[in-house]
Design a protein around this ligand. Structure first.
Ligand code: GDP
Length: 333
């Protein structure tokens, strides 16, 4: 059994690296803590877009060409719904729909989101632990120049066009971090915590906002490494670059590194964003530079291996990161 690893992930970008990690870390030794701030109710169904992206990627069912949903999907339901005059702004493939129907059925029967997620992931052949950040409802609200919007209204319906002012994670104060997430972070044998290349504002921040999550991250006994979602001064996909600009920040890995200052030991910049040596990153943080663009399964696996090797190197050097986080990395401490 390999040493345990924890990943924090949003949807598509995070799922790629999580899948690469699952090639290298045995079964349950990998715990992926997933954002549920994007979850919403649609057509009476509970939809968990980020959980599904991670589950599909790790089950080998993701569609690398479209970048979301399941591969080899059929669309009979959507065509029938549209013909009836039903809402067509959120595309639901037939296989994807089955996931939402079955999740909703189990939740209505009283099973909690974490248990439902694990059962559905296992049914699809996933051996890693995929854990929602919380069983409790947290909903991301986007404050924009066109008012306060529910996340999917902003993201899908309005195609991220409104200008961002700020974000709120409704319900987060009362949410409890999932016990399996906290348990994984407290594991004394932990090898690494990887913050996947996900949107820092709407994928990773909701996870960090759940009470207890930051504290647990601050006490882990392994290096915490974040991978940039910005490659060549742009987001590979989605609104991360637009959000950085609208928040008055430079569209760069440095801005994302700064965003995680105090939380991580190292930040991985992309090779497309300059020449070695990597920028040092904010104080207390080491910077590295890797090819982070994951075009296919080999690149997911290669990047995962390189990030784990970095964690091992930091641990071997006794690197304890920012002041106050002096823990088991120092065997004498
Ligand atoms: P979402 O919830 O589906 O939007 O997914 P995430 O938040 O997990 O991922 C979105 C982020 O992933 C975007 O900011 C992308 O720039 C980033 N991303 C997607 N693919 C890659 C990749 O191959 N490499 C890197 N470094 N970032 C990526």
């Amino acid at each position: 059994m390999s040493a345990p690893v924890v990943a924090l992930s949003g949807g598509v970008g995070g799922a790629k690296l999580a899948q690469g990690l699952s090639d290298l870390v045995d079964g349950e030794a990998l715990t992926v803590i997933v954002n549920t701030g994007d979850d919403f109710e649609h057509l009476g169904l509970h939809i968990s877009p980020d959980i599904d992206s991670v589950v599909y990627a790790m089950a080998g069912l993701d569609d690398p060409r479209r970048g979301w949903g399941r591969r080899d999907e059929s669309w009979a339901f959507m065509a029938a719904l549209t013909a009836l005059g039903g809402p067509d702004w959120f595309a639901l493939g037939d296989g994807d729909l089955a996931m939402h129907v079955e999740r909703t059925r189990r939740l209505a029967a009283g099973v909690r989101l974490g248990a439902v997620t694990q059962a559905l992931a296992t049914a699809l052949g996933v051996r890693a632990r995929i854990v929602p950040m919380s069983d409790d409802a947290v909903r991301t609200r986007v404050h924009t120049d066109q008012g306060v919007l529910a996340f999917q209204e902003y993201f899908v319906h309005r195609r991220c066009e409104p200008r961002i002012r700020s974000f709120r994670f409704e319900g987060v104060e009362r949410a409890r971090a999932h016990a399996a997430a906290i348990g994984a972070l407290r594991d004394p044998g932990l090898r690494a915590v990887v913050i996947c290349p996900s949107n820092p504002f709407v994928s990773i921040d909701p996870i960090l906002a759940v009470p207890g999550m930051r504290a647990a991250l601050g006490q882990v006994c392994a290096p915490v490494i974040a991978v940039t979602p910005i490659v060549g001064g742009r987001a590979v996909k989605g609104p991360a670059a637009k959000m950085l600009a609208e928040l008055g920040l430079a569209v760069s890995g440095e801005s994302v590194a700064q965003h995680y200052a105090g939380l991580i030991d190292a930040f991985v910049f992309d090779v497309a964003d300059g020449q070695a040596p990597a920028p040092a990153g904010p104080p207390g943080m080491r910077g590295f530079r890797l090819d982070t663009l994951m075009r296919g399964p080999e690149e997911r696996r290669r990047l995962a291996a390189e990030v784990l090797a970095l964690a091992d190197r930091l641990a071997a050097e006794g690197f304890t990161g920012r002041a106050g986080r002096v823990r088991a990395l120092d065997p004498s401490g």
